[in-house]
Ligand binder design. Structure first.
Ligand code: JA5
Length: 234
């Protein structure tokens, strides 16, 4: 998979090249490039923002640097490959594990990180001529820009690419993969500061352990995230 990230703060993404995704990159499974949007400006001040038409607070990202960056990273290619172009936005669809699974199947993802009050709307129209555009929100809160949201999305997507997570079984027994929260985990010692590990886990009865874990998943989900259960009324 190829991933291109466009940002005016490319060093935000240094952390992604560490550990897990760093190994995926080194092994060639993931071709991740982070680009400085200012590389597609031509003025002395490398300007990426301007005042909003119609007035209002703050600044808006100018379309021209975005257009030139898309020309390079997502060129119009009749009959050719079309990347999926993701713009993080609090006004977008909510990012879920199912979204990560969907995006992990794409050959080429381009992430565009907005700053200031956002990006000139015509950039989304132009991007739609180059590939499928997805506006995606991490949740109902406001960030100062798309960078932190894109880091979360790239980590969630990248770990689903076959070969990125060493043991594929560790991908399935996880919160959200089966629509329920995870069961609690314990390791040695069997008693710690007077607190015992649930005895069933020491029983060696694998059927009983699986049933207990499923019960724990259901109970936690009912208490903490009833919205995930089928007949939730909230
Ligand atoms: C702010 C210019 O997922 C929550 C999000 C907040 C936020 C996102 S995604 N993008 C931006 C942004 O601000 O581009």
């Amino acid at each position: 998979m190829r991933i291109d990230v466009l940002s005016i703060f490319p060093s935000y993404f240094d952390g992604l090249t560490l550990s897990l995704l760093g190994r995926a990159r080194d092994s060639g499974i993931l071709d991740l490039s982070v680009h400085d949007l200012r590389d597609w400006t031509h003025d002395r001040h490398r300007t990426v923002d301007d005042t909003p038409y119609g007035g209002g607070a703050g600044m808006v990202m100018k379309p021209e640097p975005w257009g030139l960056a898309l020309d390079d990273l997502a060129p119009a290619s009749p009959g050719g490959a079309r990347p999926t172009i993701v713009f993080p936005s609090p006004a977008g669809e909510v990012f879920r594990q199912s979204t990560a699974r969907d995006l992990a199947t794409r050959e080429h993802l381009v992430f565009g990180c907005g700053r200031y009050e956002g990006i000139d709307e015509r950039v989304f129209e132009e991007a739609s001529t180059r590939g499928e555009v997805r506006l995606i929100s991490l949740g109902d809160y406001v960030l100062n820009g798309g960078e932190v949201a894109v880091m979360a999305m790239v980590e969630a997507i990248g770990r689903l690419i076959p070969g990125v997570v060493g043991n594929p079984e560790s991908l399935v027994e996880e919160s959200h993969e089966d629509g329920l929260l995870e069961y609690p985990s314990y390791t040695k010692p069997a008693v710690w500061r007077g607190r015992e590990v649930p005895p069933i886990l020491l029983s060696g009865n694998h059927g009983a352990i699986a049933a207990w874990r499923r019960e724990q998943q259901l109970e936690r989900t009912r208490r903490r995230r009833p919205d995930l259960l089928p007949d939730d009324e909230d």
